[in-house]
Design a protein. Structure first.
Length: 96
C-alpha cells in the first residue's frame, strides 16, 4: 500500500531552495509594506496592509526555520561522511 522511501543523509529535502525563496519573498513583502506605509503610491486599505505584514512575517519566520534545518542537514551529512571514512579505514586495517 505504502512505498518505503529511503532518504539519503546527503539530501537536504530542498530546504536550501525553499529557505532562499521564502527569505526573499518575505524581504520583498516587507520592503513593499514599508514603502507603502511611508509613501502610499498604491491605494491599499489598512486591513490589506496588515495582511501584507503578516505574510511578510510568516515568510521570514518559515525562511529562518528552513535555514536552520538546512544547516542541520549539512552537519548531518558531514557527520555521515566522517563515519563512512572511519568505516573504510577500519575495513582496510581489518583486511591486513
Amino acid at each position: 500500500m505504502f512505498k518505503k522511501r529511503n532518504i539519503s543523509v546527503y539530501s537536504d529535502l530542498k530546504t536550501g531552495f525553499f529557505c532562499k525563496f521564502l527569505l526573499i519573498l518575505g524581504m520583498v513583502l516587507l520592503i513593499f509594506y514599508i514603502i507603502q506605509k511611508t509613501i502610499p503610491f498604491v491605494g491599499i486599505s489598512e486591513t490589506m496592509l496588515g495582511s501584507l505584514l503578516a505574510f511578510a512575517i510568516l515568510s521570514l519566520g518559515l525562511g529562518f526555520i528552513l535555514y536552520f534545518l538546512s544547516r542541520q542537514f549539512a552537519k548531518l551529512a558531514k557527520i555521515a561522511e566522517e563515519i563512512e571514512k572511519e568505516d573504510v579505514t577500519e575495513d582496510i586495517e581489518n583486511a591486513k
